[in-house]
Design a protein around this ligand. Sequence first.
Ligand code: HEM
Length: 161
Amino acid sequence: MSSKAKILKRMEKGERLDGRKDFCSYIFDLKKEMRLSDWNMAAHSNSLIIAGSETTATVLSALTYYLCRTPQVYDRLKEEVRSRYKRSDEITSLTATFPYLTAVIHEALRIFPPIPFGMPRIVPPGGDTVDGMFIPGGVRIFLFFPSLPYHPLAGGGDKMC
Ligand code: HEM
């Protein structure tokens, strides 16, 4: 099914899917706020679905994998969430501010960045210096994301800490 057909089918089901908010519910809030037409949504569906769902699914899979391999982190995270809420329906985006969960998400993004390739940029006219090396203007450069998180400045290592 094309991404356009997917978003049109999801819009037919309304704001909530099976009574719960999902990925699209938040996009539909913005659709209203920005007064976007269904046609606008269909036109953007490719970027929204590819840019939004694969990235999110990838980091959530990595986060789950590393949490299972690191029980002390899992236990501390569980303690943070369960000490605040008794039931899952008490959790809303307005009340959910968890410092340790935020750190865990950042750490999963660091160890396993969902974007597997560098995002290209063009050096401005006159050139620029990166890490002591002069690069002439107009040259296309990119950062290789998968290696970046292992740099000592980003924490290094491949263990959830
Ligand atoms: C963990 C989740 C995500 C990660 C790691 C991620 C990563 C990125 C990165 C690195 C860029 C910059 C590309 C560049 O500058 O060349 C980007 C841009 C973008 N992302 Fe995401 N993203 C995520 C979630 C989402 C979601 C949920 C959506 C939409 C529903 C989305 C839509 C977009 C769009 C439309 C752009 C282009 C923005 C522009 O160029 O103005 N992303 N994303």
